[in-house]
Design a protein around this ligand. Structure first.
Ligand code: GDP
Length: 298
């Protein structure tokens, strides 16, 4: 636990330093609130979440007559935990046979890496996993997934050519026939500018539903934690099109600012199932608001 928390802390260090420094020897006055506002906006929290946090902080400081900067910082921490806790939700396994998941995300967000990590996570819970290589556009992506599947004992369904919706449909049929616990359907990454290709994703989702009633049970979006406010735009666009059930936020070990989770919580609260804190298979962690805020404001 220490090592990934250390990486998360290092990743969020910029925001953490910016916020923490404000409280050192500070007077609780208008200047402090203004500086806090700037720091929160810089952290990608966005206008709405920033106002929400500051309004509540002012109220709390007044009600509890807080004078000590450390106590004010603590109050902010608690408000942040309460806000982010609305995004906390564990991914429940074993509810369906199989549990069918569809995974989307723009190119480079960390989708392939996260699917690998997720498969590993599920295997540790003794879940058998079948993967559908829905990225039929990039041969290299498909091959990469096949190789990875062999190495990790995960069956990968793939078709050299054709319709990603057909691959998804086959995978669901195959998953049912083989009695798999989980079927994960990978989809081709979109460029952030190609959000109109959303129609194809909608079709994949529809076709999965024809293969199994009520499926997909989970529709996940993988987003890069470094993309700031753009991450929020992605959540909105994909949620409008696909009715997301969860998010995976990657690369929080890098140079992420972290505030975007507050923006998501306030404006489009899709649960965050996992966070990515590194490139290795074990670097996927269930999202816990308290741990995250500890890294952000500890
Ligand atoms: P895709 O295009 O969305 O499938 O993205 P990839 O899975 O290929 O990932 C793009 C790059 O980001 C790769 O170099 C990954 O190793 C890296 N990456 C993915 N997740 C994380 C993470 O949580 N932390 C770090 N540091 N790198 C990550």
């Amino acid at each position: 636990k220490t090592s990934w928390m250390a990486r998360l802390k290092a990743g969020l260090a910029k925001t953490s330093n910016n916020l923490s420094l404000l409280f050192v020897g500070a007077r609780i006055d208008e200047d402090l609130y203004e500086e806090l506002e700037a720091a929160l906006l810089m952290s990608d929290a966005g206008m709405d979440a920033t106002q929400y946090l500051l309004d509540n902080l002012r109220r709390k400081v007044k009600e509890d007559k807080l004078l000590d900067p450390a106590a004010v910082k603590n109050a902010l921490k608690e408000l942040m935990i309460d806000l982010l806790r609305t995004l906390e939700k564990p991914l429940e396994l074993g509810r369906h046979e199989p549990l069918v998941m569809m995974i989307a995300g723009v190119n480079g967000a960390g989708k392939t890496t996260s699917i690998g990590k997720l498969a590993r996570h599920m295997q540790t819970y003794e879940q058998s996993v079948l993967l559908a290589a829905g990225d039929t556009f990039r041969a290299a992506a498909r091959e990469q997934l096949m190789v990875w599947g062999q190495r990790n004992n995960v069956t990968v369904i793939s078709q050299a050519s054709g319709d990603p919706a057909a691959v998804a449909f086959d995978a669901v049929q195959s998953g049912k026939a083989r009695g798999m616990d989980v079927v994960m359907v990978d989809t081709a990454g979109r460029l952030p500018t190609q959000l109109h290709l959303m129609e194809e994703l909608k079709k994949i989702k529809r076709v999965i539903g024809k293969g199994m009633e009520g499926a997909p049970h989970e529709v996940l979006l993988v987003i890069d934690g470094n993309t700031g406010q753009n991450a929020l735009a992605q959540v909105k666009a994909f949620d409008d099109a696909l009715q997301l059930t969860g998010l995976i936020i990657t690369k929080l070990d890098g140079t992420a600012k972290g505030g975007v989770l507050a923006a998501i919580a306030r404006t489009r609260p899709v649960p965050v199932y996992f966070i990515g804190v590194g490139e290795k298979l074990e670097d996927l962690q269930p999202f816990k608001a308290e741990e995250f805020v500890e890294a952000l404001l500890g």
